[in-house]
Design a protein around this ligand. Structure first.
Ligand code: DX5
Ligand code: ZN
Length: 227
């Protein structure tokens, strides 16, 4: 599946979200929206009302990443509001199958997120229930952290798992993705790339997305798993 670029608005100016979305609208595939509740992660960001407003002001599909303690309770509403993708964390789900199915039933794609220390193998049987597996490459909570190299072996194992199951689940990396790390992510098996500070910290966010995409596509083309 083609490389997907999802700039994260966590590193954008929250008072100018519509403009910040517009800045990458021509070059991004999705806009990544980090929802944090100050319980699952030690940070508080935005929730459903802001997602609903953003949907009115951008044509970009929203990729909502819920870092909250009660995803079973809240995730379906993001799908119903019109988010294209809704990702919920394995560590927080009480009823993964039900919640993933509710997300899909509401018309969104279902994503399953795992923190750096969470293994993917226990979730093999859920692959048919999801459209995307999100591998955190930092501890979730903040933008601008250093990429955790220790996630790369898990990413390779996740790619092998996905390929065994037909290859139709996206593998998303999130955290510390930059020009220094994106090649290794693509080579290890990622095909969806979230980047916050590497995009919104750049003078020209759109050019940064384009440059990262070209890097990821070149690295994918030479990777062992691809093709
Ligand atoms: C962190 C968030 C990320 C964040 C990544 O918990 O899930 O989406 O925006 O930021 P960077 O790309 O700066 O590491
Ligand atoms: Zn995120």
């Amino acid at each position: 599946m083609a490389v997907q670029m999802a700039p994260s608005i966590l590193s954008a100016d929250f008072a100018r979200l519509a403009d910040e979305a517009a800045a990458v609208a021509a070059v991004a595939d999705w806009l990544h929206v980090d929802v944090m509740d100050n319980h699952f992660v030690p940070n508080l960001t935005i929730g459903l009302p802001v997602v609903e407003s953003l949907l009115k002001h951008t044509g970009l599909p929203l990729d909502c990443h819920l870092m909250i303690t009660e995803p079973d309770q809240w995730a379906p509403a993001y799908a119903e509001a019109g988010a294209r993708n809704v990702t919920v964390h394995a560590e927080a789900l009480q009823s993964p199958v039900r919640t993933l199915r509710l997300i899909r039933a509401a018309g969104a794609r279902a994503g399953l997120g795992v923190n750096p220390a969470t293994a993917v193998e226990p979730y093999e049987d859920l692959l048919a229930e999801i459209d995307m597996l999100l591998l955190m490459t930092v501890e979730p909570g903040f933008g601008g952290q250093s990429f955790l190299e220790l996630v790369l072996p898990k990413l390779r194992r996740a790619r092998a798992l996905v390929q065994r199951h037909g290859g139709s689940v996206w593998l998303q990396v999130d955290g510390g993705v930059s020009e220094d790390t994106i090649d290794r992510c693509a080579e290890a098996g990622a095909d969806v790339f979230v980047a916050g500070s590497a995009v919104y910290g750049a003078d020209d966010p759109a050019a940064a997305v384009q440059a990262l995409r070209e890097q990821a596509e070149r690295a994918t083309a030479r990777s062992a798993w691809h093709g």
